[in-house]
Design a protein around this ligand. Structure first.
Ligand code: HGY
Ligand code: MN
Ligand code: MN
Length: 402
């Protein structure tokens, strides 16, 4: 029986990013494939039947009860990370699920229905641009062809990467058989803000997930020589891009509750002595009201068009992924709160597979305190005691739901 910390320690060296710090574990890259293998071994060690479904979702099955797998109780999370991410975003949910299976076994629990631990691919959308790609495929929230044609920074398609990982891309897409297996889904996740610090609690039950979307802006100008091109003769997309980044902040600051980020900006070709011909930048916008998010995007697009025109450039806006605000299943929320006497309810600004699934199956989340309040960064942290408290809370919830 391993503690959560021991399980996390066993993968602590997988996918370390020497340049960014933290971890870079892009879906189906070497690091994440190693983690997928690690999960399969840990699941098999616990007597779970390990399978990979048509969308690349990994399943560790504890087959129990007479009813087969229909309506099973499922827990789990993801193993892929953002570039330079922390050790807990995703892996805490997977390791806590494995530790919870150990605890249920130690308690002598005899499940009345099957239980599974699931690992969803491409939750971060860091390699192929669409967040929660695995759960979106499972639920049909993304068109399978569109998913197959997504490309990474090197032009590798999701279809090619899936095939290389042993998943036939021809079968990607909504999977009603697998959905029928999910009676309830409970995801444990590190908290990615300060909520539990302020509430002075180790664990909380998730209430809502803030709507969020991603757009790409491509600003095109005239690539040229940095030394021979007079300032008056330039159509420099980097100047327009800089003004767009500032416009994103001013538009978001002017809207109560809005959050907008440009975390990724890519000049093409990207030479020190080269005026860029194009600059791509990605927008992450979040607000509880999807209509407000759309209005913010419009406002930013208008400002981007003005900034580009002023620089003799043009700008193109493309939506990459969108998710509406989600409130988790109220009945399941109450069940979790009853199991965890008095655990507080907590909203989150972070997206999760549980939120994608909640449109089709009863889904819920548990959060574990992160004393730094920082995430998507190497500083993300969970105390050992809190990690164990999270796994015990998950085991309590699963036991009650079984
Ligand atoms: O971006 C998010 O909110 C999540 O961490 N994927
Ligand atoms: Mn996550
Ligand atoms: Mn994340």
């Amino acid at each position: 029986m391993d503690s959560v910390s021991a399980l996390l320690d066993s993968i602590a060296d997988v996918g370390r990013d020497a340049f960014r710090g933290g971890y870079s574990r892009g879906v189906y890259t070497g690091a994440e494939l190693t983690l997928r293998e690690w999960f399969a071994e840990e699941a098999r060690r616990r007597g779970l039947a390990v399978e990979t479904d048509r969308n690349g979702i990994l399943w560790g099955w504890w087959d129990a009860g007479e009813g087969g797998r229909a309506g099973a109780l499922v827990t789990g999370s993801h193993l892929d990370s953002v570039p330079g991410g922390g050790a807990y975003d995703g892996p805490l949910g997977v390791t806590s699920a494995l530790a919870a299976v150990d605890l249920l076994r130690a308690r002598g629990v005899r499940p009345n229905r099957s239980l599974a631990v699931a690992v969803f691919p491409e939750e971060e959308g860091s390699r192929f641009g669409v967040s929660c790609l695995g759960s979106r495929l499972l639920t049909g929230a993304i068109d399978a062809d569109a998913a197959r044609n997504l490309t990474d920074a090197d032009g590798v398609t999701f279809a090619e990467a899936s095939r290389a990982a042993g998943i036939d891309p021809a079968h990607l897409g909504r999977d009603d058989g697998t959905l029928a297996n999910i009676g309830d889904f409970v995801e444990l996740h590190v908290e990615q803000g300060r909520g539990l610090i302020d509430l002075d609690s180790a664990v909380a039950v998730g209430s809502t997930v803030l709507g969020h979307g991603r757009w790409r802006l491509s600003v095109s100008g005239q690539g040229n020589h940095a030394g021979t091109t007079l300032m008056a003769d330039r159509a420099d997309p980097m100047i327009a891009a800089a003004q767009i980044v500032l416009a994103v902040r001013s538009v978001a600051r002017a809207e109560d509750g809005a959050r907008a980020t440009v975390g990724r900006l890519q000049p093409v070709p990207g030479g020190t002595n080269v005026i860029a011909s194009r600059v791509d930048l990605w927008l992450d916008i979040r607000h509880e009201d999807d209509a407000v998010t759309a209005a913010l995007v419009e406002r930013i697009h208008g400002k981007a068009q003005m900034a580009a025109a002023f620089e003799g450039c043009s700008v193109n806006l493309t939506a990459e992924s969108r998710s509406g605000t989600v409130s988790f299943d109220p009945a399941l929320q109450r069940t979790l709160q009853n199991s965890l006497k008095g655990a507080p309810l907590l909203p989150t600004g972070a997206g999760h597979d549980a939120a994608v699934l909640s449109g089709l199956v009863p889904a819920a989340m548990l959060y574990v305190r992160n004393p730094t309040g920082v995430s998507h960064s190497p500083e993300e942290f969970v105390e050992r005691d809190d990690a164990d408290a999270g796994a015990a809370a998950l085991a309590d919830v699963l036991e009650d739901l079984l």
